[in-house]
Design a protein around this ligand. Structure first.
Ligand code: PEP
Ligand code: MN
Length: 347
């Protein structure tokens, strides 16, 4: 790192910075310029010094601290040659194929889930989404079916050849949900629930980590680093929209996050245009944009009768809407050198 001293910083201040850096394992070389002094420090493990680096910024005489390496290591782009592919029971996320994850926001009944699962599988989806435990803004809203919902998901996945992604909200339920799910979803509201991140990091189950609604890329990647340091490197990053001053949409979908995160990390990146917009009419255009921008997978909400949905009806595609957008998605995937799984009519 480079510590830039303020103009006029005195010898004692430079010495204090240098000694402190040395104590933290750095080899230090101060360079005295005409107006400013900089202290170059190499060899320390910067990603393990987050708090020290913050502290250093407040030392007397320090103007700025410039990092040379990233505060995360396992998930950083340069740590792995090429890109990581997460293998979800044979479905590869992060390879040539753009993977579709689709299904209801929430498991409401066996029939609703089965009808949706069959339709999305036939249209070419490979992963069924659906919440059995739902993070709800209001405690009076439907909170999800719990274990019966997990059972319905697992049966739907088995019947229609789909892998299952579902959210885990509670540290105490990680083992339970892992027994049913092929992917553990850590929702936006839990992106900084560090105990939960550590716990899913102790499993080998792939994790879909959603970006918090006010989280920076750096914070998302540090959340992923928590999971990776536990030993689970099967992580997919998910952009699902952030909160901005715009009120027309539920969230502002940051499509630029897709190439940005792929530049910063080797992990696959998934885009959620449903939570990302809150509007059914925007799901197809933003799905197209997401694939064009390099998304490795999309996660989309689909409901047989969105007007009756218990949750997120306004952003849920009808089955016809989902089936109808797939050909255009395929064309864009092919245009950017990717492919998509074929449709499986009669699954
Ligand atoms: C969801 O996928 O239904 C969900 C609640 O997602 P998020 O955590 O992105 O809001
Ligand atoms: Mn939802």
């Amino acid at each position: 790192m480079i510590v830039v001293m303020r103009p006029g910083a005195n010898q004692a201040q430079v010495a204090h910075v240098s000694e402190s850096l040395e104590r933290h394992g750095y080899v230090v070389k101060p360079i005295f310029g005409v107006e400013k002094t900089i202290v170059c420090a190499v060899g320390g493990e910067e990603h393990k010094q987050y708090d020290f680096l913050e502290q250093l910024r407040s030392f007397d005489g320090v103007e700025d601290v410039l990092l040379i390496t990233k505060p995360y290591k396992f998930v950083a782009r340069e740590t792995v040659p090429g890109r990581s592919v997460v293998d979800v029971g044979g479905v590869k996320v992060g390879g040539d194929e753009v993977v579709m994850m689709a299904g209801p926001c929430t498991v409401e009944s066996e029939e609703q889930t089965m009808v949706t699962a069959k339709a999305v599988a036939e249209a070419g989806a490979q992963i069924l989404r659906g919440g059995a435990y739902k993070p709800s803004t209001s405690p009076y809203s439907f909170q999800g079916m719990g274990v019966p919902g997990l059972e319905i998901l697992r049966e739907a996945g088995r019947r229609y050849g789909l892998k299952v992604v579902t959210e885990v909200m509670d540290v105490r339920k990680v083992e339970l949900v892992s027994a049913y799910a092929d992917i553990l979803q850590v929702g936006a509201r839990n992106m900084q629930n560090y105990d939960l991140l550590r716990e899913v990091g102790l499993t080998k189950t792939p994790v879909l980590l959603k970006r918090g609604m006010t989280a920076t890329y750096n914070e998302l990647l540090l959340a992923a680093e928590y999971i990776a340091t536990g030993g689970n490197e099967n992580i997919m990053l998910c952009e699902r929209g952030i909160r901005t001053f715009e009120s027309y949409t539920r969230n502002t979908l940051d499509v630029g996050a897709v190439p940005a995160l792929k530049g910063l990390s080797h992990l696959p990146v998934v885009l959620d245009p449903s939570q990302g917009t809150g509007r059914r009419d925007l799901v197809e255009p933003l799905s197209l944009a997401g694939i064009a921008a390099g998304a490795d997978a999309l996660i989309v909400e689909v409901h047989p009768n969105p007007d009756e949905a218990l949750k997120d009806g306004p952003q849920s595609l009808t089955i016809d809407g989902f089936v109808g957008m797939m050909p255009a998605l395929r064309r864009v995937a092919e245009a950017v050198g990717r492919s998509m799984a074929p449709s499986r009519v009669g699954v």
